[in-house]
Design a protein around this ligand. Structure first.
Ligand code: GLV
Length: 327
């Protein structure tokens, strides 16, 4: 509790309006100094005396932080929460919340943007034109891959995966999906998608788009063996989490032309990007911006602030990931 009588909340990074006002109504907000490292020891030292932490995907919130006396809630401004050890939070009776739902369409839009831009070499073509290399129409200039009518393999058919399948319908794509949890028959029919095992999805798809959370089961889900199963002409899209893909194996597969290209928004060791990806013209590299529209990032900020405000006032936050803490 602070001198103002409001609980203290550590804000790891600035958030967008209306998040700050929602937070300030409920708490005394303590900004994390931007020059401090994002390691657990430093976060812990700033979390002392705080009831809550508003975190983002780059903040490691694990045992050292979660065992801070008096800490009651961590509100992550993201749908993914692999940066937080939820089991340790539950053990310490710390609530954890995230921001599901509001970013699905924006993220699905961006997965499709990367798919189209990689297939049709948009970034490469832009450089080419800017550098004055366009000297007239040529029959063989910047040839790409057709999207319309192609086969799309979706790994993970949660809200975002379904959003991608929905967009693919407009491009008359054949949609395959792999997910341990099948859709209902009606949902499959509505999305025009067929459930297959991972090997078949990899063998038959022209595009493979990844939409799974990062867990022990999905770590390096795609590695050397899986790239070997893909078509030489296939393009891989990742807007989920970097470590789902073995990045070194991906670099090797791209160099060996085992697959044709990749559109990536996430990396194994963010913000570092595997140096082997940098020189590759058949790869588009984005800086983890799939949910970055003005509206969606504002909604995520508001949602995270509301989760925090509800929790510090003693209520049950709407997007509680470990309900067993709040009986
Ligand atoms: C962003 O990566 C998120 O999980 O919301």
């Amino acid at each position: 509790m602070s001198t103002q009588g409001k609980p203290r909340v550590l804000l790891m990074h600035p958030i967008l309006d209306p998040g700050p006002a929602i937070l300030a109504e409920a708490a005394e907000v303590v900004p994390y100094p931007p020059d401090r490292p994002l390691d657990e020891a430093s976060i812990r030292s700033h979390a002392e005396g705080c009831t809550g932490i508003v975190s983002q995907v780059m903040d490691p919130i694990r045992e050292t932080v979660l065992s801070t006396p008096g800490l009651k809630v961590v509100s992550n401004v993201a749908v993914g929460f692999d940066n937080i050890d939820v089991a340790a939070a539950t053990a310490h009776k710390v609530m954890v919340t995230n921001t599901p739902g509001v970013l699905d369409d924006t993220t699905a839009d961006f997965a499709f943007t990367l798919l189209m831009a990689t297939a049709r070499r948009v970034v490469e073509a832009d450089y080419f034109t800017r550098q004055g290399q366009f000297r007239g129409w040529a029959i063989d200039m910047m040839l790409g891959t057709d999207i319309y009518g192609a086969t799309l393999g979706i790994i993970g058919i949660g809200r975002i995966g379904r959003g991608v399948a929905h967009r693919a319908k407009g491009f008359n794509m054949r949609v395959l999906y792999y997910d341990p949890n099948p859709l209902t028959r009606e949902a499959e029919q509505q999305l025009g998608s067929e459930r297959v095992d991972l090997a078949r999805l990899l063998v038959e798809s022209d595009f493979v788009s990844v939409h799974v959370p990062l867990t022990e089961q999905t770590h390096h889900l795609l590695s050397t063996q899986q790239f070997g199963q893909m078509k030489h002409s296939a393009i891989l899209i990742n807007t989920s989490r970097g470590p789902v893909i073995d990045e070194a194996a991906l670099v090797e597969a791209l160099n060996a032309r085992k697959i044709a290209g990749a559109g990536l928004d996430v990396y194994e060791r963010e913000p570092a990007v595997h140096p082997g990806l940098i020189p590759l013209a058949n790869v588009i590299l984005a800086p983890h911006i799939a949910s970055a529209s003005v509206r969606t990032r504002s909604e995520m900020s508001a949602m995270a602030a509301r989760n925090m405000a509800t929790a510090v006032r003693g209520g049950r936050p709407p997007n509680l990931l470990n309900p067993e803490v709040k009986r």
